[in-house]
Design a protein around this ligand. Structure first.
Ligand code: PXL
Length: 250
């Protein structure tokens, strides 16, 4: 029997359970993979506000990463909240090569309630050094605009354009999520340097759920850990999030 795949989750905790590590662990487990982890920050929050965010020392993050990577084979990495530039640096120093295992980065910049979850030094390091080390980056429309230093894409054409633009930071692929848009379909655009970008669409669901971004990138990492192709993993992960939204829809 094939060994159970293992995902390394690098993320912060959210005491409401809606986003962050708790959500990541639930999703990765749903896809049957094992988890090793490195906690970057502890946040105290409800569904409507962030009360406190405390980053761990970069040294503790570094040691968790070393220990996690030594504790057995790891088949994929998911990176969520990083908190500070110092933690981004620690992750850059310990992160395996993407040729060894797929690395999915959810560029967590802000909570859905609007609190900053990465400082400005961290944003610059993520954009200029982390993206060139990853297999896939999964920004939402706001995160893409921040990374590119431009206005948020308001049309599907603009979303296609920004997905391709983000490739200039050296990531192997971009999944630009349209969940925060206003069209009747929620369209995500998958772009790579060597293929025509594809639109992954799902009917927009009338539901509010925190942590859909965390969940999507965790599902993709868990599927890539099984050896699935990038496009299939993105499609299957999107279908999974769509099902979860349908389950709570009004
Ligand atoms: O969904 C982004 C996110 C990631 N990680 C943590 C969070 C949030 C959003 O609130 O709190 C810990």
């Amino acid at each position: 029997m094939k060994q159970q795949p293992c995902v390394l989750v690098i993320a912060g905790t959210d005491s409401s359970g809606g986003a962050g590590l708790v959500n990541d662990v639930q999703v990765v487990s749903n896809f049957g993979a094992r988890i090793v982890c490195a906690v970057t920050a502890v946040t105290a929050q409800t569904h409507s506000r962030v009360d406190a965010a405390c980053e761990l020392s970069p040294e503790v993050v570094r040691r968790q990463l070393r220990a996690a990577l030594r504790s057995g084979p790891v088949d994929a990495v998911k990176i969520g909240m990083l908190g500070s530039g110092a933690i981004v640096r620690a992750v850059l120093e310990e992160l395996p090569d993407r040729m060894q295992m797929p690395i999915v980065v959810d560029p967590v910049l802000m909570s859905s309630s609007g609190a900053a979850l990465l400082d400005s030094d961290g944003v610059a390091l993520l954009r200029d050094h982390l993206l060139s080390r990853c297999t896939l980056v999964t920004p939402n429309l706001m995160e893409a605009a921040t990374l590119l230093g431009c206005e948020m894409a308001m049309t599907i054409d603009a979303q296609f354009h920004q997905a391709k633009e983000l490739l200039r930071f050296g990531t192997q692929a971009v999944l630009l999520k349209g969940g925060h848009g206003s069209q009747s379909e929620a369209t995500d655009v998958l772009a790579t340097p060597s293929t025509v970008p594809v639109a992954l669409t799902a009917r927009r669901v009338n539901a509010v759920m925190r942590g859909t971004g965390c969940g999507l990138s965790s599902a993709i990492a868990a599927l890539l850990a099984t050896g699935m192709s990038l496009e299939s993993a993105c499609r299957k992960a999107k279908a999974y999030i769509h099902e979860r939204l349908l389950a709570i829809a009004t």
